[in-house]
Design a protein around this ligand. Structure first.
Ligand SMILES: Cc1ncc(COP(=O)(O)O)c(C=O)c1O
Length: 438
């Protein structure tokens, strides 16, 4: 037996996995370098998904690895409640430097899900701090993914992530998703659908603006299968939320750190939120860490009352963890030194062309893209939704490419270091996979 193969797979209850299927025929990754994983049977697999949308600088990058090694030997852990350590502050300053103007403060978490919970709580507490504590409603969107904790699944709109988990948060409403058939085959932002943002006005009228705390959306909805915002849609959301004193939260867990060719989607689209949730690419996926960015106005609303009192009763044991902070700084250094955000912007047209050339591949009914994100939607097998895309995923892995599927949609988000030849390889192999599918 290969030394990397464990002798029993039953103890690990795997997340978001068909456990029984996996354990009959496991797919084990045992090494990673730059654009590739190595499998337990010694094959190289081209990473078309940056892990789970997180390894934006590719794998096992020396600067990040060394920073983590150094930090774990120097100071492994330090509390961030009523205590500090320098690198968490240094990283916060570095993050604020690349954030949209005015996003001046950073609250650390350990994941995208925790960033979402944190942002929702900050939104509620902010209104209360300003004497508008009746603003308790939260508005999400159909097909939205905001992680897996209770706040996130309440404002989220992916049915399977919600339906078996009870009654969730009360006082939540949802805007319609932005997927329109007439936008099929859109390159970049679709033409139609800005008016879907007007649904927010309807919800505001229904509940009363004075009861609504915040609206949360992914600028590009990723996990549901890549829904790019229609032209003018985010601008309208901003206009309506501003008009009614409602906070706008961008969930940038996927779009943050260069995925669209700017540091954040807020800059890419030129739309300024009040709060931004991030994780994943913050540390290149190396050590779990998330961060919520808050505007000065939000932060400052909390900074009142006696100075010896805690202003926000929230935080995690690992908020600002030194090893994660070291990984974060080295990650930002790597992005900057290698110009990876700019590189993503430069590669985006080539990626778009290659992706849309799959239009005539078998079973393909739509293709969508933005930055270095792409989705290829397949015609579902009648009576067996998700089966065709899952078969594509398995066949792709055998062929040496890692893709992701959600429903019958194939989603890809390669590391920003990908070469043009590797884009050709990824999409060429995907075509072969699709053409060979039942
Ligand atoms: C937009 C968005 N928000 C939140 C999350 C949750 O992040 P995590 O899995 O780190 O909790 C994700 C994960 O994919 C995401 O895409």
């Amino acid at each position: 037996m290969n030394v990397h193969q464990p002798n029993d797979l039953s103890a690990f209850w795997m997340p978001f996995t068909a456990n029984r299927q996996f354990k009959q025929n496991p797919r084990m990754l045992v090494g990673a370098k730059d654009m590739h994983y190595t499998t337990s049977d010694g094959r190289e697999v081209l990473d078309g998904t940056a892990g789970l949308w997180c390894c934006n600088a590719g794998h096992c990058r020396p600067k990040i690895t060394e920073a983590v090694q150094r930090q774990v030997a120097e100071m492994d852990y330090a509390p961030a409640f009523q205590m500090g350590h320098p690198i968490a502050f240094e990283l916060a300053n570095r993050l604020v430097d690349i954030a949209p103007e005015g996003m001046d403060h950073v609250f650390y978490t350990n994941s995208g899900s925790e960033s979402v919970e944190t942002a929702l709580k900050i939104a509620l507490a902010y209104h209360r701090a300003r004497g508008e504590g009746q603003r308790t409603r939260l508005i999400g969107r159909e097909r939205g993914y905001h992680g897996v904790n209770f706040g996130g699944i309440s404002v989220g709109g992916i049915v399977n992530n919600r339906k078996v988990f009870g009654s969730l948060l009360t006082g939540v409403d949802h805007m319609p998703h932005t997927h329109l058939a007439e936008n099929a085959w859109s390159k970049g932002q679709p033409e139609h659908g800005a008016n879907l943002a007007d649904e927010l006005e309807r919800i505001v009228t229904l509940h009363g603006a004075e009861t609504i705390a915040a609206v949360i959306v992914e600028p590009v909805a990723g996990s549901t299968g890549v829904l790019v915002p229609p032209k003018g849609y985010l601008e309208k959301l901003r206009e309506i939320t501003r008009k009614h004193g409602i906070l706008l939260i961008f969930d940038e867990v996927i779009t943050g750190f260069g995925r669209l060719g700017s540091a954040f989607a807020a800059q890419h689209y030129g739309v300024q939120p009040d709060l931004m949730t991030t994780a994943k690419g913050l540390t290149n996926g190396v050590i779990p860490m998330g961060a919520v960015f808050a505007s000065g106005a939000i932060h400052d609303a909390f900074m009142q009352g006696p100075e010896h009192l805690i202003e926000l009763f929230h935080g995690y044991t690992y908020s600002g963890n030194p090893i994660a902070a070291a990984a974060g700084i080295a990650t930002l250094d790597t992005y900057r030194e290698e110009g990876l955000f700019e590189r993503a912007a430069e590669l985006a047209p080539y990626w778009e062309e290659g992706l849309h050339a799959l239009k005539d591949a078998r079973h393909v009914i739509d293709i969508r893209n933005e930055g270095l994100i792409g989705a290829v939607e397949l015609e579902p097998i009648e009576g067996a939704p998700t089966k065709r895309a899952f078969a594509a995923f398995l066949a792709a892995y055998e062929k040496g490419i890692l893709i992701r599927t959600t429903g019958d949609i194939i989603a890809m988000s390669p590391p920003l270091i990908i070469e043009k030849a590797q884009i050709d390889e990824l999409l060429g192999k995907l075509r072969d996979v699709l053409d060979a599918l039942e």
